[in-house]
Design a protein around this ligand. Structure first.
Ligand code: G6P
Ligand code: MN
Length: 446
């Protein structure tokens, strides 16, 4: 079985390969093709993977290419994990927004819109090439903003593109731990959009244990989400929000903390990653060790500004074992390839799962997966405040998709202006102007 990874020079690729190496079952991935535009990054990650595979006889064979069509041909699965304009672009997304006093973040608010505007044309091109060259392939999209990108790609790939994120399952794991339950044995009622969802029920042996958790201050405050949002706000909602909702519920504090930080997340990672790739390019050995220590530092500092704003302190050690998105990707692939039933929270087309959104809107909901792909399971309707926020953010995503499909600058302006975290049309205009000044990839908008 062949797996192609687009963005194959990316820092998280060794996580995926580590998960593949641990799989010795029949029907496993036997060949991995890494595609990247940057041969230096590709070579560096290739070296990490080679060290990971040492002494493992059935390790999947790895090859690398900078040619997209070659990478896609014959693929059974394509993982798309690209970052258009790299971390340099992420820094621009953050800084332009913060200079206007609004949130500058990878996927949320103005930063997420700028990232979407530059990513969608590339994602659409990839989707077209896959539809032509490997129509049998399943596409697993990690590329952010994942919900918007998955929805745009689904126009060419239909249900063959599935978006994944580690944050809902990370939340599920933390909640299970707080309840003393086995994370594999809990049934989660989680729904919304990517990075915009709520956990409303946690069933263990058919009994919803969330009300008990909400009533227990100590258990709640042992959760990352408890520390971020406070026990009282979680009880008021009657649901545990995805950590990214911190940017909405504590928007002002989030902007202040991000502005006050010595570096944005993007510029921290840009420095860190530049050092990592330079180190690996300059040494004959030690690529894997360099990767591991860089990963630990990255995980330790994840969402540090939000935690500072909330006075939440250090991240729980049990959370440093990386988000686990590679486990979701592997479970999804095996469920499809081997028809092994799995329940996973995924980004797929709505088809009536959430009322108020049309059937092609990509939503993030629990799904059962088998050879025919994912099917959404029934979830409770969203309460009004959540449905309203989801509808607003979906309207923003749709405006970005329209801009990417038509080149309409007006649609791009609408995306910025109607976003709940952008409070003025004048600000939206200046944001779009400045992003266009600084990002050549937005030159297609007129
Ligand atoms: C989580 C999210 C991803 C996001 C990442 C950012 O894993 O689910 O969608 O890209 O965090 O982490 P970073 O270390 O890049 O700030
Ligand atoms: Mn995510």
């Amino acid at each position: 079985m062949k797996l192609t990874i687009l963005g194959g020079g990316g820092f998280r690729v060794p996580l995926v390969y580590r998960a593949l190496l641990a799989d010795h079952e029949p029907g496993r991935v036997t060949r991995v093709t890494l595609h990247d535009l940057d041969p230096v990054r590709l070579a560096a990650i290739g070296r990490v993977l080679a060290e990971q595979a040492e002494g493992i006889p059935d390790a999947p064979v790895v090859d690398t290419t900078t040619d997209l069509d070659d990478a896609i041909r014959d693929a059974d699965f394509v993982f798309s994990a690209i970052r258009v304009h790299g971390l340099e672009g992420r820094v621009i997304d953050e800084r332009v927004a913060l200079a206007e006093g609004v949130l500058g973040q990878e996927t949320v608010g103005a930063g997420g819109i700028a990232y979407g505007l530059r990513t969608l044309p590339v994602a659409l091109h990839i989707a077209e090439r896959i539809a032509e060259l490997a129509p049998q392939a399943w596409v697993i999209n990690f590329t952010n903003p994942a919900g918007m990108v998955t929805e745009a790609m689904s126009r060419h790939l239909g249900d063959r593109v599935i978006g994944i994120c580690d944050s809902p399952s990370g939340l599920g794991k933390r909640v299970a731990r707080a309840l003393g339950a086995d994370p594999k044995a809990v049934r989660l009622d989680y729904a919304g959009l990517n990075h915009l969802g709520w956990l409303r029920k946690v069933e263990v042996d058919g009994v919803d244990r969330l009300p008990g958790l909400l009533a227990d201050d100590a258990a709640l405050l042992s959760l990352e989400e408890g520390k971020l949002f406070g026990a009282d706000w979680i009880r008021t909602l009657g649901a545990v929000p995805n950590e990214y909702l911190h940017y909405y519920y504590f928007g002002r504090e989030g902007v202040a903390a991000t502005k006050g930080a010595a570096q944005t997340r993007g510029s921290f990672l840009l420095d860190q990653q530049s050092r990592f790739y330079a180190t690996v390019a300059g040494c004959d050995t030690g690529a894997l060790a360099a990767w591991q220590s860089t990963l630990l530092e990255r995980e330790t500092t994840y969402m540090a500004e939000n935690r500072d704003a909330a006075g939440a302190g250090e991240r729980d050690e049990s959370d440093l074992e990386s988000g686990g998105y590679e486990q979701i990707a592997l479970a999804l692939m095996r469920a499809i390839a081997l028809d092994q039933r799995a329940t996973l929270i995924l980004n797929i087309r709505n088809r009536g799962t959430l009322a108020g959104l049309d059937e092609n809107a990509v939503v993030e909901v629990p799904c059962t997966v088998g050879a025919e792909g994912p099917r959404a399971t029934a979830v409770d309707p969203l309460p009004d405040h959540a449905a309203a926020l989801v509808a607003s953010v979906k309207a923003v995503e749709r405006a970005v998709i329209e801009a990417a499909n038509t080149g309409s600058r007006q649609a791009a302006l609408r995306a910025f202006a109607v976003h709940p975290l952008v409070d003025s049309v004048a600000v939206a205009r200046r944001l779009l102007d400045e992003y266009q000044n600084q990002l050549p990839q937005l030159g297609y908008l007129s």
